[in-house]
Design a protein around this ligand. Structure first.
Ligand code: FAQ
Length: 330
């Protein structure tokens, strides 16, 4: 496997001089830019992670897009619409950043549509009520920020710069979700119950977003040595729980975990692990909405073919016109 072909920090002695010089640059906190030499494993790991991240952004539009026409007020509709459009933008920054590594956007889409590349497990869960829009913004975008703020310091320049803008927008998304939860939790008993139900259904899937526990994470060690990842999966999950539990308390809602306890000494909550068997089933394609989500993306791709063809034809025509004008001006 490519991750094993390139040696990790632990056995730096086995690195070639070029690989060692590369690792020194990473260790010194330098950014790696597109045209510079990089180990093949570094390039492939970035394409995998950034590609999966980009796919998550656009597949992630689907569960919330589902509620735009059913938002309870015009204001809520406008906010949700803006949020869902932002996710498309995030996908575009990330696809563009991934393209600087020599992969084409068409190749990335093909890998998504054929199931070769993954997207975040969370988007394979359904959004059943309006309160789910609150839970998604609060918990899903909240978990996304927890993971992405450190990625602003990731070693690959285009990825790190894309993350800076994405994080600013994600923090608006998290707040709009929390604002929905505040409204629902302070509403009628039925509305509060809907908010609690949404928290019950999204809590464990949100914990799964950080990836498998560290002992089962195949990529963490090498990705952290390369600063493609800045923290382990368990570190970020713990941070998320520590920050989110007090937010649930403020809402007057209960985190669905009987084992949740606060340790005064460490400042950490101990909590129940998600059902990892469920997680692995979801990432294998067997979650509640996997087939529906993938089909929606495949349909969007084939229905948009005429538009892509039109854009390409227009670009070719414009290039010819510019070339002819340049020739005439000589
Ligand atoms: N879902 O060795 P590790 C958003 C896979 S935010 C599916 O630990 P790694 C915003 C993993 O790919 C969500 N698959 O992997 C938004 C690997 O399989 P592979 C996206 C998962 O890469 C909000 C295997 O398990 N954020 O979309 C998941 O070191 C609302 C072994 O795992 C990012 O992508 C999972 N949850 O760590 C949008 C952030 N977890 O590839 C719309 C960047 C693991 O060998 C609405 N990515 N796997 O076949 C990362 O930080 C990392 O890739 C992790 C996984 C932490 C996700």
């Amino acid at each position: 496997m490519y991750a094993q072909m390139v040696e990790s920090e632990g056995n730096r002695g086995d690195l070639t001089a070029q690989e060692r010089a590369f690792q020194d640059r990473i260790d010194a906190g330098e950014k790696i830019e597109p045209k510079e030499w990089m180990p093949e494993g570094y390039r492939k790991t970035l394409i995998r992670q950034m590609g999966q991240h980009a796919h998550s952004e656009i597949v992630g539009q689907l569960p919330e897009g589902n509620w735009i026409t059913r938002a309870p007020t015009l204001e809520r509709k406008a906010i949700l619409l803006a949020k869902v459009q932002d996710e498309a933008g995030h996908g575009l920054y990330l696809y563009s950043a991934a393209e600087t590594l020599g992969v084409t956007r068409d190749e990335l889409f093909e890998a998504l549509h054929s199931g070769k590349m993954k997207y975040s497990s969370i988007f394979n869960y359904p959004t059943l009520t309006w309160a789910d829009m609150g839970a998604v913004g609060w918990l899903v975008d909240g978990a996304a920020i927890m993971n992405q703020v450190p990625l602003q310091r990731t070693s690959y320049g285009p990825y790190s710069r894309a993350m800076i803008r994405i994080c600013k927008e994600e923090s608006f998304h998290q707040r709009q979700g929390y604002a929905i939860m505040m409204k629902m939790a302070a509403g009628t008993p039925e509305q509060k119950e809907m908010a609690q139900d949404a928290l019950n259904r999204f809590w464990y899937p949100a914990l799964m977003m950080f990836g498998p526990s560290d002992k089962d994470s195949v990529h963490s060690e090498q990705s952290m040595a390369w600063k493609i990842k800045m923290n382990t999966n368990d570190e970020l999950r713990q941070k998320f729980v520590n920050e989110t539990v007090p937010q649930a308390e403020l809402l007057g809602l209960t985190v669905p975990d009987e084992n949740l306890t606060y340790d005064e000494q460490t400042g950490d909550y101990s909590f129940s692990e998600p059902d990892w068997a469920e997680f692995f089933e979801v990432i294998k394609g067997n979650g509640p909405c996997n087939r529906e989500r993938l089909q929606a993306r495949r349909d969007a791709w084939s229905e948009g073919e005429w538009f892509r063809d039109g854009l390409t034809a227009y670009a070719e025509k414009s290039a010819k016109r510019r070339a002819a004008a340049a020739l005439a001006a000589e």
